[in-house]
Write a protein that binds this ligand. Sequence first.
Ligand SMILES: Cc1ncc(COP(=O)(O)O)c(C=O)c1O
Length: 372
Amino acid sequence: MPEIQIPAELLPIDGRFGCGPSRLREAQITAFAAEGARLMGTSHRQAPVKNLVKRVQEGLIELFHNPEGYEIVLGNGGSTAFWDLATHSLAEGKSQALVHGEFGSKFASALKAPWLSAPTVINGTPGSRLELVAEAGVSSYAYPQNETSTGVVTPVKRVVGADSGALMFTDATSAAGGIDFDPLETDVYYFAPQKNFASDGGLWFSLMSPAATERAERIAASDRYIPEFLSLKLAIDNSRLNQTLNTPAVATLFLLAEQVDWINTNGGLSWAHSRTLAASNHLYSWAEASEFATPFVAESSHRSQVVVTIDFDEKVDAAAVAKVLRANGVVDVEPYRKLGRNQLRVATFTATDLSEVQQLTAAIDFVVGELS
Ligand SMILES: Cc1ncc(COP(=O)(O)O)c(C=O)c1O
């Protein structure tokens, strides 16, 4: 029995509020038991699993508003692998990267590869951000749509005045499926399925424009050395056959397919967008009205609707609050480990109902009352 017991009526039904892996819906698990489990232990080169991949690809294209000529490419290794893949297979010459936290910074580091020119890195303070700017000679612009370490959002927009042929690389890992966007404003919209898509880690997906595919094919035909695993051309060729270069996690694909279909059936990305907006608005309003909490992201237009970071004043120890919540089954609201703030971080991904977040803030208020 935990030292401080949160009354049952204040607890969310599902205690998972982490930023990935994140909460799954019960219906996904039920569907997996009924149908998905039959695919387990069968070949990814045969029709049943290839049809599952096709279902995911078609569902994602529909979700992303069916942009003409764009395609869904996938492979193994999660978004981290995609950074290296993009560096080997897509970037050329000079890139520009927007950085204001851990994930933006990791891609910027990958872009420092010896066969590329040193990237321009636009470094903003965590908890806010700067903007990408048109720069002559830059052929790729990279930014995180949602910086998961801090809860800062960046609109999906092309850089006005960029060189013709410059490509936009959007790290949508924690935004895809939870924030609506115009796909024509980007060329490479990549993500992993363990966040708004309520699946598991280990795969990457990328919505790619015809210009991005063309560049990947041109670079693959050049004399640049590209390891097979980091070849976007091989990933594209395999994806067109509804398969991956090497063996994928079939359960991850199934759970993802269920989530994509669920969102599409309920009204698509604008519906998902309104859910995450409602849940995050509740948290920001609660923090603004609270005596001990404030939104970490001061500029409201920078505040993410899928990852909410809340600072606590010095009278309340956020780590102690998170510990009590955890002991009561409410987990993963600790802040990003390297940020080092007196803070809670809450994912408001598409699977999370507004009512669940309302329960969470009631539970936090109770715990803070008990601790003081
Ligand atoms: C914005 C962002 N980019 C990239 C990653 C890395 O994703 P993965 O763990 O699938 O490699 C994460 C993981 O949290 C993320 O939030």
